[in-house]
Design a protein around this ligand. Sequence first.
Ligand code: SF4
Length: 486
Amino acid sequence: MKLLSKSKYLTGLQCPKLLWIEINDPTRLPVTDPTTQFIFDQGHLVGELARKLFPSGIDIPTDDFFGNIKETKKLLEERETLFEAGILSGQLYSRLDILRPADNDSWHIIEVKSSTSIKDINIHDVAFQRHCCERQGLNISKCYLAYINNKYVRAGEIDPEGLFIVEDITDQVSEVSIDVQDKIEGMLEVISRYSCPEMGIGPHCRDPYECVLAECWGFLPEDNIFNLYRGGKKHFELYDKGITTIKDIPDSYRLNEKQCIQRNCEIDGQPYVNKEAITNFLATLQYPLYYLDFETISPAVPLFDGTCPYQPVPFQFSCHVVKNEKALSEHFSFLVDGPDDPRPAFLSELKKVLGDYESIVVYNQGFEEGILKEVALVFPEYYDWVNRVRSRMVDLLQPFRSFSYYHPQQKGSASIKKVLPALTGKGYENIDISDGVLASIAFYNITYGEATEEERSKVRGELEKYCTLDTEGMIWIMDKLRELCD
Ligand code: SF4
């Protein structure tokens, strides 16, 4: 029997084709990537903490599918607070985070989320759970969502009452429940089909989740209109007009200045260079140049006192110092070792490296500046120094975000991951850790998860390589910008 679980129901709301594939042909789906796995792991951690809100609750094991359902039935009669209660009703199946007995033989559903706000999809999630419960004869009098309070500041042990906001969503759930049965019937019909339903790409591919199935997009040419810089609604507006490549966007179509530069570059196959703007940017630099990059972790559950959920905490920096235009660079780096709060050692080492004068070159200044502003609030002895450092910062993103330089290979992005290969031919493809999110996950896993010494040492080496490349790459980019203006 093909079951429609709550996660499949949510998939079905997004796309019938994806639902059909998940149930009938899951080998077409990619394996779970490290980022998605990390989100799942953080979700589990959050779920564990939410249970502490109800200390008398009973955790029903989930390793045996039918055993879990049987145990749930038994414990429902005893009217206990249940974690992971499994409800099977015909082809419908739900496993509930928390189910609590309430007045008049009724029950409350409490769904736990690691997000910091309530999303529409959460309401549909609970509506499906309530529907399953009611079909099995349970009276659900209230529905709640327990989600992360991003204002919570850790002080000692995690306080679940502070970490979670528990909000009554009963009315919202009732609103979307009106046609839940119709939707379910439609989905059961879809999953019973022998062949996959046809479904074209559309805004639904990214809402509420970025779909993992790349095959639907494979027909698009390389310079497709979905790479149009900050295209937003224009992407599907153009697609619906039958336009798939940027160079085919007609002159009459309203594009902003940057989008026009992008289209012209696609037509010419050449980069766009505004020498005057780049020269003006370069004139703001004062040697020695300190090329600087941070790596951070942003766990859902704060690890250190004085931090909030999802607050980025720096654990690594790389700094290349170039004394003058002709000098070779000197490299300095820091990567914290061990699970303690990395910020004191990070700040102390950074202060030693950055000196007191001249330009600090970063890529996307808001990030590094924001990190330093936040740490200065917790470590006020660094407050004045942080302000001086911030005033020395120059953002190498600026010439690219302003389209003073644009290369067709950037594909509408000013990220260093696109700019570096487009401008210099060098890139991140030969290293295991190739972006900041992967760096963050790798550090978290070797530091707060289970890892052998060998794994730790390998990952630390990869982290060093990655962060070093970020600052070295900035030097290469700067050299190219200078060449362009010579
Ligand atoms: S990419 Fe879009 S059309 Fe294809 S399965 Fe995913 S959501 Fe459906």
